[in-house]
Design a protein around this ligand. Structure first.
Ligand SMILES: [Zn+2]
Length: 307
């Protein structure tokens, strides 16, 4: 049971022939490998599947079938040969990452294993002068933020001054599979944590929250309110939620704001990613007052990573 739970955090394996943990460069693996989910496994991939966290070999369990006899889905598991290689994806509980010194943290940033987030973009940036017409719908690039003191030193309370990013959730969604296994340091946090361990499902949320977090939820319905449907009227986009005391759970904002993020009547079934707090909304709960960079639809090709 424990092993099963922990390995559910390995959503995909890197698959690449002629690469090895001992001799290979992880950057090369990340840039060139295929990403295989457990149901895509074939026996001829044996020996060429690698962990997205520690890059040692993985097996699919069970090997022959996509499901266990009790119906649970197959998963990827580490192999005993590398039992001494530390990988937090082996543990049941996600662990925060701390760094020995500034150099180690800076290298993690340069290698794109660590992202320091100073803030999320609050409002839509002005179009650049040389590209005024087509800028509209494209996701906004992340911007360089200030150098930020972050308490991610291994020694108690030690802080490092590191370059930060001003992020957008849309930017995180772009290479979502890669980003899932990166460490992110959020404002005012003591650890860097992998995105996969930061994302909380809206499904079971039953009360308001004070501290901003990453959430994801499947859109089950959406409605543009008002008799005359002005762009400034609210759109209520409802997310799947099964918590007993919660009537419904929605993203509540002006229709034009949601449309600018691609959310309209056709968005049912899509997954919404949010960075924010949960607020009361009548007998239900909602996300409200989110900044421009604080929510995005997940590209559909990544839906299977969050089911
Ligand atoms: Zn691993």
């Amino acid at each position: 049971m424990g092993a099963y739970e922990s390995n559910r955090r390995i959503k995909f394996a890197y698959q690449m022939e002629h690469w090895s943990y001992e001799k290979g460069n992880p950057a090369l693996l990340r840039a060139n490998a295929k990403k295989i989910i457990p149901s895509e496994y074939k026996t001829d991939m044996d020996g060429s599947l690698f962990c997205p966290g520690c890059f040692t070999n993985l097996n699919r369990v069970p090997k022959e079938k996509e499901h266990f006899t009790n119906g649970r889905e197959a998963y990827f598991a580490h192999i005993r040969t590398y039992k001494d290689v530390k990988c937090d994806l082996k543990s049941i509980k996600p662990e925060g990452k701390r760094y020995e010194n500034w150099e180690e943290a800076k290298k993690a940033i340069d290698d794109e294993n660590l992202v320091i987030i100073s803030s999320f973009l609050k409002s839509k940036p002005e179009p650049k002068e040389d590209q005024p017409a087509i800028y509209d719908e494209t996701p906004v690039e992340d911007q360089a933020g200030p150098t930020t003191e972050v308490a991610i030193g291994r020694h108690n309370g030690e802080t490092f001054a590191l370059p930060s990013r001003i992020k957008t959730v849309a930017g995180l969604c772009r290479n979502f599979d890669e980003n899932l296994y990166k460490y992110f340091h959020l404002p005012n946090k003591k650890y860097a944590i992998r995105l996969i361990d930061l994302l909380k499902s809206v499904k079971t949320i039953s009360e308001e929250t004070d501290v901003p977090s990453f959430y994801y939820g499947k859109i089950v319905s959406t409605a543009h309110l008002g008799e005359h449907k002005k762009p400034t009227n609210f759109r209520m986009t409802y997310l799947e939620n099964n918590a007993e005391a919660v009537w419904d759970f929605c993203l509540k904002s002006q229709d034009k704001d949601q449309k600018a993020h691609g959310i309209d009547d056709n968005s049912v079934g899509r997954i919404l990613i949010v960075y924010g707090t949960v607020k009361q909304n009548g007998t239900g709960l909602c996300f409200q007052g989110l900044g421009w960079g604080e929510f995005s639809l997940l590209p559909e090709k990544y839906n299977h990573l969050l089911d």
